[in-house]
Design a protein around this ligand. Structure first.
Ligand code: NAD
Length: 313
């Protein structure tokens, strides 16, 4: 029989597509989607869904027992831009949800878990270009502090209790199925929606702000590949650097203009500029390549093509 999987935060940008991908692989009924709010129509129609608060250990344990869950993917979190507005709520959600799944695994109620970290673990003192796996990590955002702490706890639970926890540091993710949820790289999704609607885009970052980014299909493939890798190959139990491409708002606008020549972008940086300035420009992901064969499939050109094609439908 196929294993049973629980996704927490399944209605969000990553959770939605991860649910589709895992359901295709393991069967609709084996993958339980859950969130504190219902997801899009396609998600809700595709298989079982539970309203579940990831900060509630007892409720989560009930669902795990009921569906005989073996693996959990924790996607519930408060993202970088929103977390700056609600620091204590962000810390409480991001840390308590992680402790809940780590403790479920420690109590051997589940076998394996995935928890995403972020390039936000790095800070203003980090080497900006080709940031190494173990670069200086002095994050200056609430979100980054929660991700860095999360990484240390994952590593601790692996070393101390043998918990099989796996993680990647996602860069900014670009997707068309679900809107992003309050991050600093959201501009790289919003811009495509405006371009397809035939209107201009006012960008909240400066034209030359270079950030690491990735198309969602790559992120989902990386996540599932890591979870399916043989445990002996996984040498990093905090979180793997992961990369695909890096670009600036001016470069993505230019890439869109190749297909929509009349598209116009203006720049009105807000508080998110400071967050972006504290993050790396590009990431060295050679450990992920060496340990579990990671290779990205989408560059900026291919991402632009996919985004415009699918949003036009
Ligand atoms: P999102 O905001 O789109 O989705 C998060 C989901 O969690 C939402 O559907 C929300 O309703 C749900 N949620 C909030 N509180 C909850 C609770 N108490 N219990 C259950 N569900 C709750 O976020 P996302 O972009 O899908 O991100 C998923 C994970 O990936 C997060 O850990 C995020 O930090 C990480 N990440 C995302 C990106 C990105 O670009 N999207 C980049 C780096 C890391």
């Amino acid at each position: 029989m196929q294993k049973s999987i629980l996704i927490l935060g399944a209605s969000g940008q990553i959770g939605t597509e991860l649910t589709f991908a895992l359901r295709e692989k393991y069967g609709n009924d084996r993958v339980i989607a859950s969130d504190i709010r219902e997801g899009g129509d396609e998600l809700m129609a595709s298989g079982p869904f539970e309203l579940l608060d990831a900060t509630n250990y007892d409720a989560m344990e009930d669902v795990v027992v009921h569906y005989e869950i073996e693996e959990i993917y924790l996607m519930a979190a408060m993202l970088s831009a929103t977390a700056e507005k609600f620091p204590m709520r962000a810390w409480s959600l991001n840390m308590n949800s992680l402790f809940n799944v780590l403790n479920l695994a420690k109590e051997q109620k589940i076998n394996k878990l995935f928890w995403p970290s972020s390039i936000a673990v790095f800070g203003p003192n980090t080497q900006k270009e080709n940031t190494p796996q173990s670069a200086i990590m002095e994050p200056s955002t609430v979100y980054g502090i929660s991700k860095q702490s999360g990484e240390r706890w994952c590593s601790y639970y692996y070393n101390k209790y043998g918990v099989d926890v796996r993680s990647v540091r996602y860069p900014g993710l670009i997707s068309w199925k679900t809107l992003p949820g309050g991050g600093t790289t959201d501009y790289a999704v919003e811009i495509f929606h405006k371009a397809v609607a035939g209107v201009g885009y006012s960008c909240f970052l400066n034209p030359d702000t270079k950030l690491p980014m990735m198309f969602m299909d790559d992120a989902i493939r990386a996540t599932i590949d890591l979870m399916e890798s043989n445990a002996v190959n996984i040498n990093i139990r905090s979180s793997y650097n992961l990369a695909a491409m890096s670009f600036t708002p001016a470069e993505i606008a230019k890439s869109i203009q190749k297909q929509i020549p009349g598209f116009r972008i203006t720049y009105n940086p807000d508080f998110r500029q400071a967050i972006a300035d504290s993050w790396p420009n590009s990431i060295d992901d050679s450990c992920a390549t060496k340990d579990w064969g990671w290779q990205p499939g989408f560059n900026l050109e291919k991402t632009t093509e996919e985004m415009l094609k699918n949003l036009r439908k």
